[in-house]
Design a binder for this molecule. Structure first.
Ligand SMILES: [Zn+2]
Length: 241
């Protein structure tokens, strides 16, 4: 017999449906059909860069703003769904990944309620992991398919940003694991570009922008010119030994 403090309801040991509530359905008018019969093969993570989830929802549902996402996760872990997964939400914009454009037709967009200058809460991260598990299962999306907005739109977008814990998602198999081999002694931009392209960073940008975008994903603390450690997360040690 468990003694409960007054006012605290007893919880069953059997998981109830209220432990994993359905997303709050808050439909946005900003969507269309996926083009060319495409199905989601990518998941794109964003931060809202706003101070409150409510303000972000308002914008993502404003016809004049012409932006949306499939999901928004609040800092407290609350989950809203704004667009059906079958439909094309307007979150990614111009850019490409692995040589493919129209990322909106190929992806599911998840907005994280975060201004961009502070850590993501545990409640929010665990809700994200739950959601990723569901989406990846439903659409057979592999860990390589989880990317950040800045990965596909280098120089134009910077989210989910330097405070996002990619390694946490890598450890759990939600994001592709980074390489861990030492980089080449002679760090050449051409080889770096080839490896970055191979990893998916194919958008047409200059060397500096490419380096900044790859660092934002893997080494957001790094500064200065290209160095051997920038090659490490991209793997493919055979190419430089
Ligand atoms: Zn974004």
């Amino acid at each position: 017999m468990v003694m409960l403090a007054p006012g605290i309801p007893a919880r069953s040991v059997v998981p109830s449906t209220t432990d994993q509530p359905q997303p709050i359905w808050h439909p946005s008018p900003n969507f269309g059909p996926r083009r060319d019969g495409l199905k989601p093969s990518l998941i794109v993570l964003h931060f809202t860069a706003m101070s409150k989830a409510a303000t972000a929802i308002e914008r993502l549902c404003d016809p004049a703003a012409e932006v949306s996402a499939h999901y928004l996760i609040g800092g407290n872990g609350r989950l809203w769904q704004l667009v059906r997964e079958e439909d094309r939400a307007w979150h990614a914009g111009a850019g490409e990944w692995h040589g493919k454009d129209d990322i909106n037709s190929r992806s599911i967009g998840i907005e994280l309620d975060n201004r961009g200058d502070h850590p993501f809460s545990e409640l929010q991260m665990s809700k994200l992991e739950q959601l990723l598990k569901d989406i990846m299962g439903r659409w057979s999306i592999a860990s390589e398919g989880l990317i950040g907005h800045s990965d596909m739109a280098p120089g134009r977008k910077f989210d989910p940003g330097s405070r996002f814990d990619w390694q946490r998602l890598e450890r759990q198999g939600f994001a592709a694991c980074r390489g861990c081999d030492d980089g080449p002694q002679n760090a050449q931009p051409d080889l770096f570009r080839a490896l970055a392209r191979d990893a998916g960073f194919t958008a047409d940008v200059d060397d500096e922008t490419l380096l900044a975008s790859v660092r934002l994903r893997y080494r957001p603390w790094a500064k200065g010119p290209l160095e051997p450690a920038d090659f490490t997360p991209l793997g493919h040690t055979a190419l430089w030994t």
